[in-house]
Ligand binder design. Structure first.
Ligand SMILES: CC(=O)N[C@H]1[C@@H](OP(=O)(O)OP(=O)(O)OC[C@H]2O[C@@H](n3ccc(=O)[nH]c3=O)[C@H](O)[C@@H]2O)O[C@H](CO)[C@@H](O)[C@@H]1O
Length: 361
């Protein structure tokens, strides 16, 4: 039995994989403490049974004054983290990105505690890039990782992104039955926030498909609250049955029934498509840092499980064209589903837990 500290910034993208690892480590009989910021304590159902420490954390950048402020709060955070480590005596510290991970990792370096980071995206994030040269291991979600400092190249361990067990269970179920003339289910999702561009383009794009195919469509579309009524009207005008929601708590179940997904390529969405094996048309969020969503989509695209359309070229005509290129026939789609599934990494949590045990051992 060992003691481990997980340090993660307060957004879902960082907290969800950290939580999955915490559960696995506790299942293995270890003690776990979480270091995060105030936002990190506001995820219902996450880390409720885990000792949680909130540290001050400064954002990097923002001009000389910004750096000064960040420097001060990082130093204060590092002091608190060192105090925590003296009491908790962790065997290893793992960071998941986000600013609150930084003071904890800096404190671990100073105390000579073994460290690792996990990167959810295909481009190393700011904090992970900053510490990559000093940590003992860099766990990645994709085989090809951008902006990795060369001195960290030897430390990389490909593990994948943990996904919810409801999604993992889809891996053992077949691609949903699809007849040449049966219902065709499309799931449209813009990530945790929804995406207006999907609302503007998808109803029109689906409306451009051949009428016999259009008649088979059944759409679930997750949209931003301000877009919902407009999108509902657009589907109704196209004669396409569509269910609209701002957030789908039962997304895994809907993913299980979907024949095709149209969505953003946030780290978790991509991991879920690969875990479940669902073909997709992806529209990477153009303003994402270092264009990381384009890189996130790359593995699925290269495997033949998805097609990616740059946001600047995402028009109804292009969507209809890419859907036809992916193939709308049951055989082509089942084939794309298999290819997507080949990118899945269902053992991500196990491999992450093995890694932290190894560096802390
Ligand atoms: C705009 C932005 O900065 N996005 C980033 C954010 O993505 P964001 O959090 O928006 O998107 P992700 O794809 O990573 O995760 C979305 C998660 O929400 C779930 N879901 C979504 C909609 C819904 O109705 N129901 C539901 O359960 C999905 O199943 C998935 O698990 O963090 C990711 C991980 O760092 C990054 O890759 C993204 O670039």
């Amino acid at each position: 039995m060992s003691r481990f500290v997980l340090a993660a910034g307060g957004t879902g993208g960082h907290m969800v994989p950290a939580h999955a690892l915490a559960e696995e480590l506790m299942r293995r009989g270890h003690h776990v403490a979480l270091v995060t910021d105030a936002r990190g304590t506001r995820f219902p159902g996450l880390f409720e049974n885990v000792e949680t420490h909130v540290l001050p954390a400064g954002r990097l950048g923002g001009g000389p004054m910004g750096w000064l402020r960040a420097g001060r709060s990082i130093l204060a955070g590092r002091r608190q983290a060192r105090q925590l480590f003296r009491e908790f005596q962790p065997a290893a510290v793992m960071g998941f990105g986000g600013y609150p991970a930084l003071p904890a990792l800096l404190a671990a370096f100073k105390a000579k505690i073994p460290t690792a980071v996990h990167e959810q995206n295909a481009v190393l994030g700011r904090v992970n890039r900053f510490v990559a040269g000093r940590v003992d291991a860099v766990a990645t979600a994709y085989p090809d990782i951008q902006r990795l400092p060369s001195k960290a190249a030897m430390k990389v361990r490909l593990v994948g992104n943990p996904v919810r067990h409801e999604v993992l269970e889809l891996r053992d179920k077949p691609y949903p039955p699809l007849d040449h003339d049966g219902v065709f289910r499309v799931l449209v999702t813009g990530g945790s926030q929804g995406a207006t561009i999907l609302s503007d383009v998808v109803p029109e794009g689906l409306g451009l498909l051949p009428p016999v195919f259009r008649a088979r469509l059944q759409v679930t579309h997750q949209a931003r609250a301000e877009d919902i009524e407009r999108v509902r009207t657009r589907y109704a005008e196209q004669g396409i049955p569509a269910e609209l929601a701002t957030y789908l708590p039962d997304l895994p179940e809907r993913l299980g029934r979907a024949h095709l997904v149209i969505g953003r390529s946030g780290a978790s969405t991509v991991a879920e498509l690969a875990a479940a094996g669902r073909p997709a048309i992806l529209v990477p969020f153009a303003a994402a840092t270092d264009d990381h969503q384009t890189y996130n989509a790359k593995e699925l695209v290269e495997a033949g499980g998805a097609r990616s359309i740059p946001q600047s070229q995402f028009t109804p005509v292009e969507l209809a064209k890419q859907m036809q290129k992916l193939g709308l026939e049951p055989e082509a789609l089942a084939n794309a589903a298999r290819r997507a599934k080949s990118c899945g990494r269902p053992d991500a949590v196990r491999d992450l837990a093995d890694l932290i045990e190894e560096i802390g051992g």
